[in-house]
Write a protein that binds this ligand. Structure first.
Ligand code: AMP
Length: 619
């Protein structure tokens, strides 16, 4: 049996341990916890606390709790715990020892060797202090590994030829960005920048101040001087912050947070993602300066970067990916949990040293994107087939995400939710995987918020729930096998369905809106229609039962095409010769696509014509 070597991410805020099990590297969990806070403390009875229990007592008993010891590694600083003082490696050793014990319980064997990661900017003294900590904990440190290099190993970047990787690492208390050059076994950190006083803890503080101020303004009580209440509030806002990575808004509720005149005062308020993003945006924009500086130092242009890897729990905030994408034009990789990525990489190296051939870590991801179609503007024109995924492909499973949609008309009673699999912004170019109707909405003006939540589990079961936010009225469907590749037969059936929806029945001379029986049957199977007999309204307008609605989809596309043609013909006289020629050739392409019922070509030509008209009208 190969020797057991573990990989450890010894972080400022949290630590994780990974090992090779069942032919793969895994981050180990005890009691469902893969992430252990890097906090050490003494309980009232003198017992040593490490991890979550120590973190939980921090706000109440800071004098007997130590956090962020990593910042002191390599210095002569001593910390006091109870009536003794300790060096930073001794405190780090307590964290390592706890991880080691947990790993031994899971693996059922003793662990004596480890690969431990450190930031790329760590000095020799800091690296030596990390080795010392391992030794005190009873671990031989077989390799000290740079964190960005670990991230590259976790993604298997060393198996893909020469690559330049940008590793953006935003944890609880530190931020750093590194450019790493990887070629086979050789990895080189080209440049590294950052701010070792910036991270998710700062976001918590901003949200805490925001929530506290709103609480006081709305008739609450100032609890700044009440450590117990502040500790509860801090924990509540951190949880709320995490939820806001997956939901557009969240409620923060703390029963009996404090008292006034002997009576309990509760906190209950809502925070939106937009409000939260406004608070943290300036800090995140600051991190982009570091990205810029790292690129400049390495003498690289953004186009020379092959991949962006996200590391650190705080990069789960969607605004991080959005800003990076805006700056570099690259979509950051999301296949690994950012808070486990470095531990995975340490585990990969550890497994290789002990003789296993690990390509890269395998985790369950969603191979497809999923979302509902909705009403919006597509290529400058209103369309009810707009599409943006809620679950984006390559997201690790399980995943739950929610987005908000708005009703389009006053007193809209319901929404027919069409769930698609794919990435095309035009819903009908994706695969319809399910459809259901939610009805009974309140009689209110347009703009009623409807939440669509998607939960996708490890077994590929997709649950889609639509909820009217103001009342909680909701309905859902469950789609089995959403992540399994469609069989050839199923793809053929879906294509046949599309053809009969948009093409061949027209060619065969059938009336618009009529269906062949086969197509209806296929659609029924695909849709798992619920309550088909109950007619309801679609998101934007009233409609009949589902199959008719699909026929209407086709009619809508045809009428959209006719509307663009008409608009274009009206503008022909105002165009210069070149534009007019282009417009006329596009008219022909649209007419041809209409005649041959080629939806894809129709869509492309309509898009091009809409762009041209936009340009002509702007002139
Ligand atoms: P790390 O040091 O990499 O473990 O990152 C810890 C930081 O990530 C803490 O500030 C956490 O609150 C933050 N974090 C963890 N999960 C999320 C999430 N879902 N959304 C935003 N921040 C998160």
């Amino acid at each position: 049996m190969a020797e057991v070597i573990v990989g450890i991410d010894l972080g400022t805020t949290n630590s994780e341990i990974a090992a090779f099990i069942d032919d793969n590297v895994q981050v180990l969990a005890t009691a469902g916890e893969q992430i252990m806070p890097s906090v050490v403390g003494l309980a009232a009875d003198g017992a040593l606390l490490v991890g979550t229990s120590a973190r939980n007592q921090y706000v109440l008993y800071p004098e007997r709790t130590i956090k962020s010891i990593k910042r002191e590694m390599g210095t002569d600083h001593q910390v006091t715990l109870g009536n003794r003082t300790y060096s930073p490696p001794e405190i780090s050793a307590m964290i390592l020892r706890t991880l080691k014990t947990r790993a031994e319980a899971v693996l059922g064997t003793e662990v004596h060797k480890a690969v431990i990661t450190v930031p790329a900017y760590f000095s020799d003294a800091q690296r030596q202090a990390t080795r010392d900590a391992g030794q005190i904990a009873g671990l031989e440190v077989v390799r000290i590994l740079n964190e960005p290099t670990a991230a590259a190993l976790a993604y298997g970047e060393d198996r893909q030829g020469a690559r330049t990787i940008l590793v953006y690492d935003l944890g609880g208390g530190t931020f750093d960005v590194s450019l790493v050059y990887v070629e086979g076994e050789i990895t080189e950190v080209l440049a590294s920048h950052g701010n070792n006083r910036l991270g998710g803890d700062d976001f918590d503080q901003l949200l805490l101040d925001f929530v506290h101020e709103r609480f006081v303004r709305s008739g609450g009580v100032d609890v700044h001087t009440n450590p117990r209440a502040m500790s509860r509030l801090l924990r509540a806002v951190e949880e709320a912050k995490k939820r806001l990575s997956f939901e557009p808004y969240t409620r923060i509720r703390e029963e009996h947070l404090t008292e006034r005149d002997g009576l309990p005062v509760h906190l209950d308020l809502e925070v939106t993602r937009t409000e939260y993003e406004q608070l943290i945006r300036p800090l995140l924009e600051g991190t982009l300066d570091s990205v810029h500086r790292a690129l400049t130092d390495a003498g690289k242009r953004p186009e020379e970067v092959d991949e962006i890897l996200l590391v650190g729990g705080a990069t789960r905030t969607p605004l991080v990916s959005m800003l990076l994408e805006e700056k570099t034009g690259l979509t950051p990789r999301q296949e690994l949990h950012p808070d486990l990525c470095v531990a995975f990489g340490a585990g990969v190296l550890a497994a290789r040293i002990s003789g296993h051939d690990i390509e890269r870590v395998l985790v369950d991801i969603s191979p497809y994107s999923f979302g509902p179609s909705h009403f919006g503007i597509l290529n400058g024109m209103p369309s009810e087939h707009c599409y943006r995924p809620i679950i984006v492909r390559n997201t690790p499973l399980p995943i739950s995400r929610t987005e908000t949609y708005l009703t389009m008309v006053d007193n809209q009673e319901g929404w027919q939710v069409s769930v698609y699999q794919g990435d095309d912004e035009y819903a009908l170019n994706n695969i319809l995987v399910g459809r259901f109707i939610v009805e009974g909405f309140s009689k209110v003006p347009a703009g009623n918020e409807i939440l669509c939540r998607m939960d996708l589990d490890l077994d590929g079961i997709l649950r889609v729930t639509a909820t009217e936010k103001r009342t909680g009225l909701s309905k859902h469907i469950t789609i089995e096998g959403a992540t399994t590749a469609m069989s050839e037969a199923a793809v053929a059936a879906a294509q046949a369905q599309m053809r009969s929806l948009f093409g061949q029945d027209l060619e065969a001379g059938a009336e618009e809106g009529e269906w062949s029986l086969d197509a209806e049957d296929e659609l029924d199977e695909l849709d798992e229609l619920e309550g088909e007999e109950e007619a309801t309204e679609a998101l934007a307008e009233s409609s009949g039962e589902a199959t008719k609605d699909d026929a209407r989809d086709r009619r809508v596309q045809i009428s959209e095409a006719r509307a663009v043609l008409e608009r274009s013909r009206r503008l022909l006289d105002t165009m210069n010769n070149d534009d007019r020629e282009e417009a006329i050739s596009l008219h022909e392409r649209i007419e041809n696509a209409l005649n041959t019922s080629d939806t894809k070509r129709l869509h492309t030509a309509m898009t091009e014509l809409a762009d041209l008209l936009f340009y002509v009208e702007e002139k």
